[in-house]
Design a protein around this ligand. Structure first.
Ligand code: DX5
Ligand code: ZN
Length: 222
């Protein structure tokens, strides 16, 4: 299981230190939530922050996992890739030409991810599954860290796992939103290979203890 920590939940004034602390504690990737105040109600960060985290990623071997929750992502793909994104994930709801967008990301040498809101049918991404490096099941309505995991997500993870297996895809299956020590095992058992955690990594007193608790819970026998 790959653990990707969502920096949206960190202390923004100490972003670099907190990202390093999470990586030292055993997190694998840094998940960067980009929100535009249009596709989702919140506004977060842009390519500058990806660029700022790139040296840390190079030093530690972490991937920069950029989740675009913005209208017309096509306009900004090159900016995020030039800034150093390893993986760029777009929402099907924002792409009229989804295949073109995914192909463009790969043509620039980055990995391409696709995702969808909890209210969008999985069939909306079925046709592009052969063209992605990662498919992401949102387990909250995108927009904010610290929301509650939507229970129906587990069944969606199972169904997407089945769809990927059916085409013998080796793409990662990522799950994002409301994951914590109490449900991470369920998420992994359903078929997730990359788990995003924001609040469960950066909330509370100790990032190291938080990461250990997530790792322990994920490894528990059913
Ligand atoms: C939601 C974001 C998630 C989320 C993760 O719009 O895409 O990455 O903030 O944070 P937690 O784990 O706190 O739900
Ligand atoms: Zn995210």
């Amino acid at each position: 299981m790959i653990l990707s920590s969502s920096i949206i939940a960190s202390d923004a004034a100490r972003l670099g230190d907190q990202a390093r602390e999470a990586l030292d504690a055993g997190v694998d990737w840094l998940h960067i939530d980009v929100m535009d105040g249009r596709f989702v109600p919140n506004i977060t960060v842009g390519p500058l922050v990806v660029e700022a985290l790139r040296p840390l990623a190079d030093e530690t071997g972490a991937k920069l996992d950029v989740h675009l929750m913005i209208e017309e992502p096509r306009r900004y793909l090159d900016d995020f890739i030039d800034a150093g994104a390893d993986l760029v994930t777009v929402h099907v709801e924002t792409c009229t030409h989804l295949h073109r967008v995914l192909t463009h990301i790969r043509s620039r040498g980055a990995m391409a991810g696709v995702t969808l809101n909890p209210g969008t049918s999985l069939s909306a991404i079925a046709e592009v599954l052969p063209d992605v490096d990662m498919a992401l099941v949102m387990s909250v309505d995108p927009g904010f860290s610290g929301q509650k995991y939507i229970p129906e997500s587990t069944e969606r993870i199972r169904r997407l796992r089945g769809m990927l297996n059916q085409i013998a895809s080796r793409a990662w299956l990522q799950v994002d939103g409301g994951v914590y020590a109490g449900n991470i095992r369920e998420v992994v058992r359903a078929g997730a290979t990359v788990v995003v955690a924001g609040n469960a990594v950066f909330g509370g007193a100790s990032i190291a203890d938080n990461v250990q608790a997530l790792r322990d819970a994920a490894a528990l026998e059913a």
